[in-house]
Design a protein around this ligand. Structure first.
Ligand code: GLN
Ligand code: ZN
Length: 762
């Protein structure tokens, strides 16, 4: 029996790669210094994996920015617009071209946009989307994979296993950049390059190659399925004497099982964390020679593996296939997992014992193999931890479980229907038409960040800290009044992050010091860990909201993060369904909403930025998710008086396929991002005749550019063509925390002027 790993975090335990890349971009270090950092990370990663006893160790999983972009470079898929960069940069050409594709190029009189970035399936990792043209050509361009294999081989010998995104998923995850062709048809041109790559790696000495085909676990068209069949048959015809492993993850194979198990390759990897039920069917359909890699250690979450559960899967497979045809592995690349729990010194030791990060996950894979070989001591030690967690008072709070179990439909329904609420709210707030507001945060300047940092380090007393935050809040309120905004916000100066701020105040959450995970390029996030039943020991936002409300006569929105967003941006429990955890958070937020209302706050915004990104990969599972996600939001928003106005905000607004669920959230006001699409995204709302009030963002907060009043009036005119004018609000696309004050002020002044003009004209 072999063990393998599919990919390892490449940011480095101290985020060395992030720092080195950013220094390189700033011109502070040169290419060879950058390469030194990269080389060290790779060598350390390989050593760690070898020391853990992993038999097949990935190489070429390292990337300076993104592995999909690496694949584009290997395959020579370089959009035409980068040709000038290619001819300009001579010495460092490849890496500078590469970074230009990732980040855009504004130098030497050139201004070339970056390639598009999107979420890697249902993870929070973002990849660079390949761009294809009708006459797309493919050729080996970058030598990275060969160079990387060659140094990995020096260090690891036969254990080194090059990893590459497979041809069909590579095409499916890209995008057509012209009309008149389908990218999947490019498979015939693409496959010969894969054959060349595989044969070269073989000549270099590779014995195994891993081809990632996550799309095999998605809904596929007939044509997509044929492409898989074609590609792997064509490859099998032209390569021999090398073992190919096709890796799938994040979902089950389901209707693609037959296709997947019959691909002419040596081994297939399946994810038994996300889709344990698929093992049965895969084993019943598997042909005689195929080896099966079992993803039994969760690559996307932080929990210690339950060996007993894993061993059940492994034994089942061994029984059917024999021990030599079974491989043990993490469920997916460990890219999505923090690196090492051992370095965390501030976590409660009882809870720390339940956690496993990338380094520990490697050990788990190796230990499972040893247990199969008879080392039962390891099994018993694991049982103790697992049982400890299962029974711990720190996890289980009976009153919370009972409260969740008792939730009824009525707990998720406002007392009156929207038209009645709307009338009462209009009477209460007496706002002009096209009321103006913002999404919540104002610029997080260096001063504000330092304030929080100093307070955390104990360099400021609570009084000093709070008085400085109060000052920033008051200034922002005075300024909002001066420019004439109708509904104010407190500015969120006291918040580090919209999830962390709440997680830190809720029971059942813990925070790591170094638990970073790559989000995109050099950007890393440190998600909180939800380990236990969630409750709210005390008010979370009332102090700052009432302070702010007391500074003005205008309505002040309370500002909360919604349950699905908190769930989605955390590591979650694997010992209960996601919807149960979400409902626990929903009740906590619900209590906070009521506390705000009782404290006199008349408007409360509950941000659900991540509701769309929680959508399951497979269409058949989406309805169930939307039902509980929407209900969780409704729980937070129900129980308040009719005249209390509930707002929600969502960042991405491609809601075509889920608009009825967005409407079912029944927020009195929703603010969304629409300006970059010139209100295109509003069509779904118009078509559905969205019944409640809506603030389509009139300017893009992602850029420092200050929009003109005329532009925003034009957007409002468009919006008023699509939806009743009396339902429209005027606001930016999102919060302003990443902007600087000068552009924020100028843009919001213009926005208020645009609303005033709209009131006259529309
Ligand atoms: N209230 C948050 C803010 O303004 C919302 C941010 C978000 O939707 N991502 O920053
Ligand atoms: Zn937003």
């Amino acid at each position: 029996m072999l063990t393998q790993n599919l990919g390892y975090p490449r940011i480095g335990g101290q985020r060395q790669l992030k720092k080195a890349c950013e220094q390189y971009w700033a011109g502070k270090i040169n290419l060879s210094e950058l390469n030194d950092v990269a080389r060290k990370i790779k060598e350390e990663n390989w050593q760690t994996q070898a020391d853990a006893g992993i038999d097949l160790i990935p190489c070429n999983d390292f990337s300076f920015y993104d592995q999909v972009l690496d694949t584009s470079l290997v395959l020579g898929v370089i959009p035409q617009r980068y040709a000038p960069v290619l001819s300009l940069v001579k010495t460092n050409s490849e890496i500078d071209l590469y970074f230009a594709m990732a980040r855009g190029y504004q130098k030497d009189g050139l201004d070339i946009t970056a390639m598009e970035m999107t979420k890697w399936l249902d993870t929070n990792y973002h990849y660079i989307v390949p761009e294809f043209t009708a006459k797309q050509e493919f050729r080996i361009f970058s030598e990275k994979i060969f160079a990387e294999y060659s140094i990995a081989k020096q260090q690891l010998g036969a254990k080194a296993k090059p990893v590459l995104l497979g041809p069909v998923s590579y095409l499916l995850l890209g995008k057509e950049k012209e009309e008149g062709f389908e990218r999947i048809d490019l498979v015939k041109n693409l496959v010969p390059v894969y054959i060349e790559i595989i044969n070269r790696l073989k000549q270099q000495g590779a014995t195994w190659i891993q081809l990632d085909e996550p799309c095999l676990a998605l809904d596929l068209s007939k044509k997509d399925k044929e492409a898989f069949d074609y590609a792997y048959r064509a490859i099998a015809n032209r390569v021999s004497g090398i073992k190919l492993l096709v890796a799938t993850y994040f979902e089950g194979l389901l209707d693609n099982t037959q296709l997947a198990v019959n691909l002419p390759v040596t081994a297939l990897h399946i994810d038994l964390i996300r889709a344990p039920e698929q093992l049965e069917e895969v084993l019943s359909l598997i042909p005689d020679n195929l080896q099966l890699s079992l993803g039994v250690v969760d690559g996307r979450n932080v929990w210690k593996n339950d060996y007993e559960k894993s061993l059940q899967h492994i034994s089942k497979a061994v029984e059917k296939l024999g021990i030599d045809r079974v491989i043990i592995a993490p469920s997916c690349s460990l890219l999505h997992s923090p690196i090492n729990i051992e370095v965390e010194t501030t976590i409660d030791p009882e809870i720390k014992d339940w956690l496993a990060f990338a380094e520990q996950k490697l050990n788990e894979v190796a230990e499972l193999k040893q247990i199969i070989a008879g080392n039962l001591k390891l099994l018993n030690a694991n049982k103790t931890s697992i049982e400890g967690r299962r029974a711990s008072q720190k996890v289980h709070k009976q009153t919370i479980k009972e409260r969740v179990a008792a939730i009824t439909e009525a707990d998720a329904t406002r007392s009156s229907a929207f038209p009645i609420r709307q009338q009462l709210q209009h009477k209460r707030f007496n706002l002009p038409s096209f009321p103006t507001t913002t999404i919540g945060s104002f610029p997080q300047t260096d001063d504000i960040r330092q304030l929080r940092a100093k307070f955390k380090k104990g360099e400021l007393t609570l009084e000093q800290y709070e008085s400085a935050i109060e000052q920033a809040t008051v200034e922002s309120i005075r300024w909002q009044e001066e420019i004439g905004l109708d509904v104010l916000v407190h500015g969120e100066f006291e918040r580090n992050d919209m999830v962390e701020y709440f997680g830190e105040q809720l029971d059942g959450f813990l925070f790591t010091k170094y638990g970073w995970v790559q989000s995109y390029g050099s950007r890393c996030v440190k998600p909180p860990v939800i380990y236990g039943d969630v409750s709210r020991p005390q008010n979370m936002t009332v102090r700052w909201s009432t302070f702010a409300a007391g500074q003005t006569d205008r309505p002040m929105k309370g500002m909360l993060t919604g349950p699905v967003t908190i769930l989605q941006w955390s590591f979650v429990r694997d010992d209960q369904p996601r919807d149960v955890t979400t409902n626990q958070i929903a009740l906590a937020i619900h209590d906070e909403v009521l506390a705000l209302e009782a404290a006199g706050i008349g408007m409360v915004q509950i941000d659900e930025a991540a509701i769309r990104e929680g959508l399951p990969l497979r269409k058949a599972k989406r309805l169930h998710y939307l039902d509980w996600a929407v209900k969780a939001f409704r729980i937070t928003a129900s129980g308040v008086k009719d005249e209390t106005q509930v707002h929600t905000h969502m960042c991405y607004s491609e809601f075509n396929d889920i608009i009825e669920h967005i409407a079912a959230m029944d927020a009195d006001v929703i603010t969304i991002e629409t300006s970059r699409s010139q209100m295109e995204l509003l069509h779904a709302f118009a078509h559905f005749e969205y019944p409640n009030e809506i603030g389509p963002g009139v300017y893009d907060i992602h850029s420092p550019r200050v929009p003109t009043t005329e532009e925003m009036v034009a957007l409002l005119t468009k919006a008023a063509d699509l939806l009743p004018a009396r339902h429209l609000w005027v606001n930016p696309d999102c919060g302003l925390k990443t902007r600087k004050w000068p552009e924020t002020k100028a843009a919001l002044e213009n926005m208020v002027a645009a609303a005033r003009q709209a009131r006259k004209q529309i």
